[in-house]
Design a binder for this molecule. Sequence first.
Ligand code: HEC
Length: 136
Amino acid sequence: MRIGLGIMVMAALVAATAHAHSASANESLSYTQAQASTGHGIFEARCSACHGATLQGIVAPALAGPHSAVKGKTAANVFDFIAHSMPLGAPGSLSRDQYVQIMAFLIMAFLLKENGHRSNRASLTYRLVRHSAMRI
Ligand code: HEC
């Protein structure tokens, strides 16, 4: 019984790893329009005073455009930084969902035109964005 269970657990782990790998491939992240617009509102309330309403940078680095501080970084790196260090002065003060919604907004603002990333019916999830090797 124990060995049987061990094999089942291993099989599940292998399946989970394979799945995580496919999710982290350099592919586009999906998000919904609702997530992006909620994220936009949160960004305006909690981030834009320093980063600018159009992400152009004020007292904090630009997050879009030719001088974007996050250009070339992976979505996972950026998400990790935001979720642990932002907003400056109150790190970690937003919910997990709110950080994901901000990322949906950032993905839209950064990538929609340049890379053709579009919203669709699949939500951006914490698990997907945390492991995404997609480059911004
Ligand atoms: C009080 C001002 C302030 C607020 C509010 C603020 N930031 Fe920042 N942010 C900064 C400063 C200053 C830096 C650069 C210093 C650093 O990297 O620690 C920064 C860095 C960043 C970076 C990293 C850029 C890089 O170099 O990789 C990201 C991404 C970011 N902020 C996103 C956000 C988001 C999203 C919010 C809202 C939840 C937010 N910030 C709110 C001041 C702010």
